[in-house]
Design a binder for this molecule. Structure first.
Ligand code: F0G
Length: 445
């Protein structure tokens, strides 16, 4: 292994660097850290990534994450040495990212008002634990293992904890998950128990659970696998690599994600910044982040809905006072995030700074949709034979809103990420039992 990468504070005025093998996830100035690679990868790797799809039984080529290992090689391994891969890289038998690629979904395209060839949606719910989290968990646990960690900690609205618990079980690590009591889908809670995690039920919401879990991490030198961990975000970049590979590395016009803690937003932004910097892409797709109206911190701040001032990255010099006043306002008026899409029921997105950077770099947009719109989005994805949860339904719903406003044109190429699989089947049953819902097919009794 050679030193290939460092961790670096994202605040340009600070820029403090950290050894890659350290547990620090944030800087003494309170900013988060980026993983920075010391060398520029050669574009010829594109051919190698493609050839690895013919994996010949090798799990590091089969994995949709590790197939791109040369671009996330923060431990500086010899990526062609399969013994070294086997010793160091953590994989669920090559399953993470294996089934993920963008698909055309004609019924969704018709519903949102795009030409059928122009819309692609990439289901990440077919990952082993049922959500996009496995992309980043494989890299985070790889780093944890290299750091000699035996126990990982996270807070979660359900998918992170399922993924963390699954990987921990496979790596024989202990796992502690902080869950907002009564606020996560039963299917997700069941996974954490099933994979042997210690569940801590927090009386409060996700923001409280994250605070508690990070307090524990900081107090006991613990290892967090929440998306504040920069190695999580490295793995999540492969979501974008798979999209681009399927488009022959021609970037789409738009990339659309739901927004919760804004880990994906941050990861996608960093991924595009790197690809652009390396000269691998000439055009930067515009990011669309879709909040739930009930948990719309990012939407309100980016669009200037609070105090009439837009929160912008501004080269790293963003208005932290505005952010503090916003949170104070919410806290003092006891305004809590509330949406039935519990995966994204988050009031204080931990990656907001990196997400602002992503919006600035990509000339991105933050939209919002309500629970009804997300349910229709979830339902119409189902009619194309794909399964997604309500938070992922924010993607078609957000595209529809932006098509109606003509922000997105009907022949723009739009790629959306369906972040997770349905783990709350009662929601689907409820939707289809109500004849008033656009796509419902009520049962005959
Ligand atoms: N979609 C799903 C299905 C999620 O589980 C999450 C986040 C998001 C979207 C939002 O992604 O945080 O990167 O903006 N779930 C986290 C969890 C918070 O704990 O499982 P983000």
């Amino acid at each position: 292994m050679k030193e290939n990468a460092i961790k670096k504070c994202i605040n340009p005025k600070c820029g403090k660097t950290f050894n890659i093998i350290s547990e620090a996830y944030s800087c003494s100035c309170n900013s988060l850290l980026d993983v920075i690679y010391l060398d520029k990868p050669e574009k010829e790797l594109i051919e190698i990534f493609y050839s690895r799809r013919n994996h010949g039984g090798n799990i590091y080529n089969e994995s949709g994450v590790w197939r791109f290992r040369d671009l996330i090689n923060f431990l500086g391994i010899d990526t062609e040495d399969l013994n070294e891969c086997a010793k160091i890289l953590v994989s669920l038998d090559g399953a993470e990212g294996r089934l993920s690629k963008p698909y055309r979904m004609s019924k969704v395209a018709d519903y949102v008002g795009l030409k059928q060839d122009c819309l692609l949606l990439q289901p990440e719910g077919y990952n082993p634990s049922g959500s996009f989290k496995d992309n980043g968990m494989s890299t985070a646990i790889t780093h944890a293992k290299a750091t000699g960690v035996h126990k990982i900690i996270c807070a979660s609205t359900g998918n992170t904890s399922a993924s963390a618990a699954m990987y921990a079980a496979n790596e024989n690590m202990r796992c502690e998950v902080y869950i907002p009591k009564g606020e996560i889908a039963a299917g997700k809670l069941g996974q954490a128990f099933q994979f042997g995690a210690q569940v801590i039920q927090v009386n409060g919401n996700f923001d409280d659970a994250l605070n508690q879990s990070l307090a524990k991490v900081n107090l006991q030198n613990g290892y967090t696998v929440n998306s504040v961990n920069p190695f999580r975000l490295e793995g999540q970049k492969t979501i974008v690599y798979r999209i681009l590979e399927n488009l022959d590395w021609n970037p789409p016009d738009w990339l659309v994600y739901p927004g919760g803690a804004l880990g994906n937003t941050a990861s996608c932004g960093k991924c595009l910044m790197e690809l652009y910097d390396w000269g691998w892409i000439k055009k930067v797709p515009r990011l669309v982040i879709v909040n739930s109206t009930g948990a719309n911190t990012f939407y309100e701040l980016v669009n200037g809905e609070f105090e009439g001032q837009k929160l912008v990255w501004n080269g790293g010099n963003f208005n932290t006072n505005l952010l503090d006043r916003y949170y104070d306002f919410k806290d003092s008026n006891a305004i809590l995030p509330k949406t039935r899409a519990t995966a994204i029921q988050i009031g204080k997105p931990a990656n907001i700074a990196k997400a602002l950077r992503a919006i600035e770099f990509t000339d991105g947009i933050v939209a919002q949709v309500d629970d009804g719109e997300m349910s229709h989005g979830m339902a119409v994805v189902g009619l194309n034979g794909f399964d997604c949860e309500m938070a992922s339904g924010a993607v078609p719903a957000g595209i529809k809103v932006l098509r109606e406003r003509e922000v997105i044109k009907n022949d723009d190429i739009v790629v959306g990420v369906l972040t997770g699989r349905q783990k709350d089947p009662a929601l689907a049953v409820e939707y289809h039992t109500d004849p008033k819902n656009i796509f419902s097919r009520p049962p005959i009794v």
